[in-house]
Write a protein that binds this ligand. Sequence first.
Ligand SMILES: C[S@@+](CC[C@H](N)C(=O)[O-])C[C@H]1O[C@@H](n2cnc3c(N)ncnc32)[C@H](O)[C@@H]1O
Length: 323
Amino acid sequence: MSDQQPETTDQKLKSYKGLEYDLNDPRFEGLSKNAIKRLLKEDLWQKNKPDRIKSQREKDKLKRRTRAQMAEQGLVAPAPKRLRSKDMVIGNRTIVIDCAFSEYMNDKEMDSIQSQLVRCYSANRTSKEGAEMVITGFDDRLKEALEKKTPSYDHWLHIQFKPESYEELYDKDKLVYLSADSDNVAHELDPEKIYIIGGIVDKNRHKNLCQNKAAKQGIATAQLPIGDYIQMSSRKVLTVNQVYEIMMKWIEYRDWEKAFTDVIPQRKLKDSVLLSEQASASPKQADNAEVPVASTEGTSAVPPASVEQSATNPADQDPTSKN
Ligand SMILES: C[S@@+](CC[C@H](N)C(=O)[O-])C[C@H]1O[C@@H](n2cnc3c(N)ncnc32)[C@H](O)[C@@H]1O
């Protein structure tokens, strides 16, 4: 007779990537194999989180040390003094990034949105006057993308991650959804309004998506006044972080031209015309400069009547734009 402990009949031990679990655990009851796998994956993420954070910190430390050594040898410019998160200066504005678009993005685009959010946070952290950031429509897919690359995201300051929609959180009248497809132009950023940026990377596949979403919800929309300052040779659709960074610059300088030229990459501005330069070079020519897309004072939830017109501009078809 064996003196081995008999296996208890009510235990069904299994292993998932080194994590032992009991299939009879009540939290798995009634779940499909895939649903159980998802739960275990989440458990593993949580279990490994301290190690991930530690290893990322070590990598960052090594990077900083190597850079400092290179700076000492005069090989690179010294890194600018790091602004600590606790020293962030936050004004009285709230900016929402609507991230309820996971279903429209593939895995690569989800990784891009993660890095764009990191850039937004970084711009907010270092701005003269940052805003309270609110990520709405925060779902498991985005959570996973953030945890994968920036596990310390839940220690970020002045940023909230909310699964709810902005509609559930704020008074509709205070909201303005920013969209390159809007008929309205935001000539300034009203501190009383809460501006929403669509948290999506879609390489121009879903034209009007955010404009239509906001119009359907009865929420005001507006585009940035790019056309007032720059005659673009490509579409005026920018990435999430570019829009965020432009907003930060405008809040600091109250100067759209400076905000646009500081942030919009040179490759996107190639062959574009700065209207102020054109005006000073040839006043006559400036009279004929393209009039910016329909501009109304203030903002309202008007259906996108000018969309047809802008789509007929061949420059609007730029498929290379990375957004
Ligand atoms: C890559 S774009 C998304 C494009 C998407 N097809 C859409 O329907 O808006 C990301 C977000 O940046 C903002 N955005 C981009 N370009 C803009 C512009 N010229 N004016 C205002 N907002 C802009 C919008 O909030 C937009 O949802």
